[in-house]
Design a protein around this ligand. Structure first.
Ligand code: C2E
Ligand code: CA
Ligand code: CA
Length: 687
């Protein structure tokens, strides 16, 4: 080792040695970074980075050797073989490239060490090829011990360097990889130069021009630094681009694409942070859940583009009203959430009225004004819940309460809501057992012809006789079944039971069965109807299916196809609850209905309200022109039926004509085995 250090001092031009060292350090620093980028890149990018590593690494290693060689003062005139010199440069680039590619492949655990050893071998080959190009006027001999030692050192340190470079990309590993590479290159050069023994034969110093050698060395150093610098610039540009795209990705991941408001992930993160702050400072938070009331209608009737535009307007308004300590995010389709940090100045009421103001203002789009309404639910940290999940849960419960109550837009969470939810869950669990336990029954309500009082059919209405709670009305359990998907099974039971019951009647009355949206949209309804008819033996023309407009409007084309298939079987279709919901003339025109069932709400007002009468008259006129009979629902008084007869309504149904009854009682009252005289009396009594 001492001999090596001695060789640096006594045989070398020390300035050039320093230049070589600087090139070696800068080159190794850049090479390790370029190599690490190549190791993590994929495909064409990886090939590009490997190329830059080989060019930058190979040229700086060669340059270090070349300058250090020129710095060597052999005490004899020197000449350089051009072909071998160029060959040594190519060996440096191609040889190290193979080593880098192997090391980066990392298929087996020792691959970085093997690749590094190849790099070390390439560096040694480059050095000794360069030395062959170095022609001295003298006898040249080699000390084999130093020669072998130089190669071993290069191989070991380069292997170490690659091993560090392929570890977790930390500052320490980077530095260790760089230092090992520098040590590998430097130790090779100076140990190899120590191995060199020259006996000059002719001292003709005029033959060598030391200034020219120095100039050459500096020029090579500058060119190499430029090459390595170009590689590093690519690295830095790539770094910048990566940082920018990372930021863009973060922005996309944390914000909602449509409205630009923070999304659910950022909402969660923000709420967690606010809860943490409130916990630390003993503060209080309010969480507000916001749901637009009629957004689905806007989407269905005006199209998704308008729906999106409405959401954007709402989001802009919400973002504009925020002050210090307030936060709004879009957490779902038409759902938003706001977090309010309670502080001394300002109050939650004032914040809520700002929200309400923004949410209830008309939205003007393409010259049309759309009125908006929203339901807001509020709960507090730490009063109502002390974690995010609890808070969100409670706020959602409060929001649903606000949605259900037409008179309130804001509802605050109360503990009793939990009990309601628990009760609903328990009821849903009981409902699952109801079919198996035989707790479901069908009641039948008569439908009669208005002018003759003749019975034309019965509507099947579902009843649930709960073992502990008694009779539960469908308005309580049908929505529950619709929510949890149980309705498909229930509906199927109703369809089958109604067909079986009706097929046992002595008279060929029609039976009307209500269909829920989920049941209608279930994949194989027409096939199921056909199966049930076949099983029960009920002729298809005695079955009528009742649907509401909401059921069919979602996917009109698909609904039309299903309705056509059902009608092809000979089953008729009635439009239920007409006059509520959408009631678009377009629906009547485009779907093949056999009956319109005018909603009870019009019949109730028939006697008192001129408007209700006018509407009924208009619906009847329309039905005549479309050739679809109308059935009036909910007829309770003889006055109502008289008016309906006067207006030319075809059929009626209601408590006046008959309450829903179980199959057994139906037989006694309607005498499903016919007796026309009795039927006439019953009708006269009714009006
Ligand atoms: P709907 O289809 O409009 O059924 C008519 C409802 O009005 C029935 O209530 C019936 O008892 C009631 N009603 C009949 N005449 C009068 C009257 O003169 N005055 C008053 N105030 N009410 C009258 P119900 O049986 O409670 O059913 C309520 C709703 O539950 C039904 O409305 C229907 O939408 C749904 N539903 C009932 N059974 C089934 C079923 O099997 N499947 C499905 N999907 N829904 C059903
Ligand atoms: Ca109905
Ligand atoms: Ca109805």
């Amino acid at each position: 080792m001492l001999k090596v250090i001695g060789c640096i001092y006594y045989d070398h031009n020390i300035w050039l040695v320093l230049v070589a060292a600087a090139v070696c350090a800068a080159g190794s620093w850049a090479t390790i970074r370029l190599f690490q980028r190549a190791a993590t890149a994929k495909g064409m990018q990886q090939i590009g980075w490997h190329f830059l590593t080989a060019v930058g690494g190979g040229s700086s290693i060669w340059c270090t050797h070349f300058i250090a060689m020129l710095a060597y003062a052999p005490g004899a005139p020197v000449d350089l073989d051009p072909i071998l010199t160029i060959l040594s440069l190519l060996v440096a680039m191609i040889g190290t490239c193979i080593g880098f590619v192997l090391a980066a492949g990392a298929v087996f655990r020792p691959m970085p060490l093997i690749g590094g050893a190849v790099v070390g071998t390439a560096v040694s080959t480059m050095h000794y090829t360069g030395m062959l190009a170095y022609r001295v006027q003298g006898f040249v001999g080699w000390d084999m011990t130093y020669l072998v030692a130089s190669i071993v050192m290069a191989v070991v340190f380069c292997a170490l360097s690659m091993s560090f470079a392929m570890r977790v990309s930390s500052g320490i590993n980077k530095a260790a990889a760089t230092v090992s590479l520098v040590v590998g290159i430097v130790s090779l050069h100076f140990t190899a130069m120590t191995a060199l023994e020259i006996q000059p034969i002719l001292i003709d110093l005029a033959y060598t021009n030391p200034q020219a050698m120095e100039a050459l060395a500096l020029a090579v150093a500058v060119v190499t630094l430029i090459i390595t610098g170009a590689g590093m610039v690519s690295y830095l540009i790539d770094d910048q681009v990566r940082a920018e795209s990372h930021q863009q990705l973060m922005q996309m991941a944390m914000n909602d694409n449509l409205t630009g408001l923070p999304n659910r992930s950022s909402f969660n993160a923000h709420l967690d942070h606010e809860i943490y702050l409130a916990r630390e400072t003993g503060g209080r938070l309010a969480l507000v859940s916001i749901d637009l009331d009629s957004f689905k209608e806007i989407n269905d009737l005006k199209g998704h583009a308008i729906g999106d535009a409405v959401l954007q307007v709402v989001a802009r308004r919400l973002a504009a009203l925020l002050r210090d300590g307030e936060f709004v995010a879009r957490v779902g389709g038409d759902e938003f959430a706001a977090v309010y940090r309670q502080h001394d100045h300002g109050s939650l009421d004032e914040f809520l009225s700002r929200l309400e103001g923004a949410l209830s203002r008309e939205v003007r789009l393409e010259g049309h004004g759309l009125s908006l309404q929203a339901s807001l639910g509020v709960s507090f940290y730490p009063d109502d819940a002390d974690c995010r999940e609890g808070l969100v849960n409670n706020t959602t419960l409060a929001m649903y309460r606000a949605k259900a109550d037409r008179n309130r837009t804001v509802c605050f969470y109360e503990q009793s809501m939990d009990e309601t939810v628990r009760a609903r869950r328990a009821l849903a669990a009981d409902l699952r057992q109801a079919v198996d336990n035989g707790e479901l029954q069908l009641h039948y309500q008569v439908q009669t012809r208005v002018n003759s009082g003749e019975v034309c059919g019965f509507e099947a209405l579902l009843r649930w006789v709960h073992p502990r709670k008694g009779v539960i009305p469908p308005s309580d359990f049908i929505p529950l079944a619709e929510e949890n998907g149980l309705i498909v099974e229930l509906g199927d039971w109703v369809l089958r039971q109604a067909c079986l019951d009706a097929s046992a009647w002595d008279q060929p009355y029609k039976v009307a069965v209500n269909l829920s949206p989920a049941q209608f949209n279930h994949s194989c309804l027409p096939e199921r109807v056909q199966e049930v008819l076949a099983e029960s033996g009920l002729p298809a023309d005695r079955l009528e299916l009742e649907l509401t407009e909401t059921t069919i409007i979602e996917d009109k084309e698909r609904s039309l196809a299903i309705l056509k298939q059902i009608r092809k079987l000979g089953v008729s279709i009635a439009l239920d609850d007409f006059g509520t919901g959408y009631s678009s003339l377009d629906t009547l025109r485009s779907f093949p209905f056999d009956k319109i069932k005018l909603d009870r709400s019009f019949v109730i007002e028939l006697e008192e309200s001129k408007q209700a009468r006018a509407i009924i008259r208009a619906v009847l006129a329309l039905s005549r022109s479309l050739d679809i009979p109308v059935l009036a629902e909910g007829v309770e008084t003889s006055g109502q039926i008289a008016l309906l007869e006067k207006e030319g309504c075809h059929e009626a149904q209601g408590y006046l004509l008959g309450r829903p009854l179980p199959q057994a009682e139906l037989r006694n009252i309607y005498d499903v085995a016919p007796d026309p005289a009795e039927e006439q009396i019953a009708y006269e009594f009714a009006i």
